[in-house]
Design a protein around this ligand. Structure first.
Ligand code: MOS
Length: 734
């Protein structure tokens, strides 16, 4: 039955990707295609007093310059601009809507020309006069204005009092800077004018139906007027969850000019989109001298824009991990003159758990106990905020397997005690946690009598491997070789799917495939059962399987009818079934994935150079559908964790409210030379509650815990505790 699920199946789209036949949003051709280049505001707050486009319009090849003053109509109400992942509170940004400037880098004009270079040149000739207003962009400077948002997890006991009287106490601020996603593929849209007002929009997005509904609202179009397609995404990591402004601009220009328009943002312009918000994470931990927790407090202060409240759960993760009779959490926002932050891999957890896990390490040092022992002392078998058991939680096993593979027992706990030649060696560890979510997803299977099946769904594959796991699950469920399965994704006309994010798509799409495949089998049984002398004459659906191109009795696969025979007998060429995944909104269990991360760093103390020489990540995430793509996914998260620990930081000049390092030369990300040994261990975690296959999802868990494990290793190597990320050599030498 499971020829493919659980195996290291290679990506079914691998060949298309490495041969370049896989097309991305900015690559689709169109007759008479023209190109738009975005002009951006250079002040963070105020209004446009005058916009002079005449010099740009005089350039040969320039067709138009769209601004708030001459654009076609755009919706005038927030509802139309709210996409499925927009923050509840606030008023979404509307590109080229009016003369207001809300953030530095805001698009204020689109130059459209016959070719991209001309548009880019002419954009430099657009003259803007501003009426600037006072502004603030510095989170730490504006910390005093932080105000509580939403509802954090319920407090338990009296955390402040318990913290005050704890035998051993640790309290500190950890600062996570603003970070940008920097996917390899630039944000791009090719809006193809199909005549008569209809558009086919090739867009880089994590959700084609989200963009489709959004465009229909913003441009007051019928659903049939616009089709959104995004077959491949070169990384997005959350930056493509909400419709980005280039899709509005390309669509606007196509409607204005009645021709096909492409808008590709530059790397610099990508920094005008969303980002991981800077946060100040204040964590307090109180323990008894025996090393059990008495109190956990965690307050996050995060940046958001003036126009939307973006907030994620940074602080509640201790409720999943560490048993404590008293706890208090809060999430506060500071409104600044910047664009709205957005989700970025493991939003909330990547930052909040980083702080929590550094604090746990500091507490272990204060208690003079091993950091794993501290975590085992307060291991929680329940989600304390809801007081629920887990569908499954093999975190203990993660600690054990990870420690074993890493060689943790050989660690000398004293800081500065381990060396390799001239380098100090540090070993640190941390816990990771994320949610195991599911969403309604519909899948259509069309089985043809030649034993081929097309499986389709509007979900995107953002590089995580959706094409492959959908093909694997379908091949197993239909009893066909994987070569006979073709998967179509990311077209807004396909069966409904939410944005691909939150680590929910693997479990959701896999179970939609199973549900649709069951309907296919049902129809095959009704055909096969009616054949004269059928070996399936009185078979119940539950007693049948699809295997080797046939429908067979589960108990005896030799009693079978081939798909071809059954369909020929029924005189049909194809069976088409569409189904939504069924999942139980089980309120009796908490659902999470977990990990234990172990890091080794080697540090040249004279130079301050830190190398992350080894990472072991032991992950418990239910059944792993594909051990090859799954391992890649975790490795990617680990590499990003190295970036978060040591490299990544968006730097703003607060005198101008402008990002200073909007490029990947000065915004540092890990390169191959920064990445050494990464060992990914999948801990066996059977889960009978979460869904039929016991799948939880791997999209985000890979990054969580990694930065803290590295920071803790840096402390162990040097005796220096750096609480302001990234840990750069100046901080180590300072
Ligand atoms: Mo993810 S940050 O939900 O793409």
């Amino acid at each position: 039955m499971n020829a493919y699920v659980g195996t290291p199946t290679s990506r079914v789209d691998g060949r298309a990707k490495v041969t370049g036949t896989a097309k991305y949003a900015g690559e689709f051709p169109a007759d008479g295609l023209v190109h738009g280049f975005v002009v951006e505001a250079t002040i963070p707050c105020g209004r446009i007093a005058r916009l002079d486009t005449s010099a740009a319009l005089n350039v040969n090849g320039v067709l138009d310059v769209l601004t708030h003053a001459n654009r076609p109509p755009l919706a005038d109400n927030d509802e139309a601009w709210k996409d499925e992942v927009a923050p509840e509170k606030g008023s979404p940004f509307r590109p080229l809507y009016d003369d207001t400037i809300k953030f530095n880098g805001q698009p204020i004009a689109l130059v459209v020309a016959e070719d991209w270079e001309t548009a880019k040149f002419a954009a430099t000739l657009v003259r803007v006069e501003y009426e600037p207003s006072g502004f603030a962009t510095d989170l730490e400077g504006e910390r005093g204005s932080a105000a509580e948002t939403d509802e954090p997890p319920k407090p338990r006991g009296d955390a402040a009092a318990a913290l005050a009287r704890a035998a051993v106490r640790h309290e500190a601020d950890y600062v996570i800077p603003t970070e940008h996603h920097n996917p390899m593929e630039l944000f791009a849209t090719t809006a193809v004018w199909d005549g008569g007002g209809k558009l086919t929009v090739y867009d880089k997005t994590q959700g084609v139906q989200n963009v489709h509904k959004f465009l229909c609202g913003v441009f007051d179009k019928k659903p049939s007027d616009i089709r959104v397609i995004s077959p491949y995404v070169g990384g997005a990591f959350g930056s493509g969850l909400r419709p980005q402004h280039q899709v509005v601009l390309a669509t606007l220009a196509a409607l204005a000019l009645k021709r096909s328009v492409r808008v590709v943002l530059t790397r610099q312009q990508m920094y005008g989109l969303g980002y991981r918000p800077m946060t100040i994470e204040r964590v307090g931990l109180g323990a008894k001298s025996d090393g059990t927790l008495e109190a956990v407090t965690h307050e996050a202060i995060a940046v958001t824009s003036r126009y939307e409240d973006f907030a994620r759960n940074d602080t509640g993760w201790a409720e999943q991990l560490y048993s404590s009779p008293n706890s208090r959490f809060s999430h506060k926002l500071v409104h600044l003159d910047v664009s709205t932050p957005c989700d970025m891999r493991a939003p909330g957890a990547a930052s909040g758990v980083c702080a929590l896990e550094c604090a746990m390490d500091e507490l272990a040092v204060a208690l003079k106990i091993d950091p794993i022992d501290l975590r085992l002392n307060c291991y929680s078998d329940r989600d304390q905020s809801e007081n629920l058991p887990y569908t499954s939680k093999q975190l203990r096993e993660c600690y054990a397997r990870g420690a074993e593979a890493f060689g943790w027992s050989r660690r000398n706990p004293a800081p500065r005690s381990m060396h390799d030649g001239n380098e100090l060696v540090g070993w640190g560890m941390a816990t990771g946690v994320w949610e195991a979510l599911q969403m309604p997803v519909a899948v259509r299977i069309v089985l043809t009598s030649n034993g081929h099946a097309e499986v389709s769904c509007a979900a995107s594959d953002i590089g995580t491997g959706t094409y492959t796991i959908v093909a694997q699950v379908a091949a197993d469920a239909l009893g066909l070789p994987i070569e006979n399965i073709s998967v179509r994704l990311a077209d807004s006309t396909l069966p409904q799917a939410p944005v691909e994010g939150g680590s929910w798509m693997a479990a959701s799409s896999a179970h939609a495939v199973l549900a649709a495949a069951e309907d296919v089998r049902k129809e095959l049984l009704s055909l096969a059962g009616k054949m004269p002398g059928s070996p399936l004459a009185d078979a119940e659906l539950a007693d049948t399987v699809l295997i080797d191109g046939s429908i067979a009795r589960a108990a005896d696969n030799s009693r079978a009818v081939s798909i071809a025979d059954a369909m020929r007998h029924g005189n049909i060429e194809r069976i088409a079934k569409e189904k939504v995944n069924q999942f139980d909104e089980d309120k009796k269990h908490a659902r999470n994935t977990h990990s234990a991360v172990f890091a080794e760093v080697k540090i040249d103390e004279q130079l301050g150079v830190i190398r992350v020489t080894r990472i072991v990540s032991a992950v418990a995430a239910g059944r792993i559908l594909n051990t090859k793509t799954g391992r890649s996914q975790i490795m990617g998260g680990v590499v990003w964790g190295i970036g978060m620990a040591l490299h990544e930081e968006t730097v703003m000049d607060h005198r101008f409210g402008r990002i200073m390092n909007a490029n990947i030369a000065e915004y540092h990300i890990p390169v191959n030379a920064d990445v050494h040994d990464i060992d990914v261990i999948f801990v066996d975690e059977p889960d009978a509650h979460i869904n039929k296959l016991g799948v939880k999802g791997l999209g985000e868990i890979g990054i969580v815990g990694v930065p803290a494990a590295i920071a803790n290793a840096v402390y162990h190597a040097t005796g220096k505790r750096i609480r302001r990320f990234p840990i750069t050599l100046d901080k180590l030498l300072g």
